[in-house]
Write a protein of this length. Structure first.
Length: 140
């Protein structure tokens, strides 16, 4: 498959790669973290895999590594603006996984009644919510 034949999902998965990369980005959405913080936040992640994922995520522009010590060189990691765009998708995946496991669904709640909020298709051009995406959405 050439790049021109790749779908958006193919391209997205090529950038985030695997569950470890998504878990690292998720951990960084809460704020900057150092190596040991990430190691503790993402249990089961081997040090060599953490190192490789951090390098790839930085190369792909999803995180930024900022040195906080020069001898030895140590970094603090932050999610970039591009990486922050994954927040919505990560929350949807988290809710989907919780529902599939029969767990209470985490996520945003409506302030007034406390009910769970759902993602909806919304057209900012005509300011309308699309209630029937199968009938009202065109994929280009």
């Amino acid at each position: 498959m050439t790049v021109s034949e790749a779908t958006g999902l193919d391209l997205a998965m090529a950038r985030v790669g695997d569950r470890w990369a998504l878990l690292i980005v998720d951990a960084l959405l809460d704020g900057p973290r150092r190596w040991k913080d990430l190691e503790a936040t993402v249990p089961g992640l081997a040090p060599n895999v953490l190192s490789a994922r951090l390098r790839r995520l930085e190369r792909d522009g999803l995180i930024v590594a900022e040195p906080y010590s020069h001898k030895p060189v140590r970094y603090q990691y932050n999610v970039s603006a591009v990486g922050r765009e994954l927040a919505g998708a990560l929350r949807l995946l988290e809710s989907w996984g919780a529902r599939a496991a029969g767990e209470d669904v985490l996520g945003p709640r409506h302030f007034t009644c406390g009910g769970h909020l759902e993602a909806r298709w919304y057209c900012p051009t005509c300011q309308q919510v699309v209630d029937q995406p199968d009938e009202e959405v065109t994929w280009l």
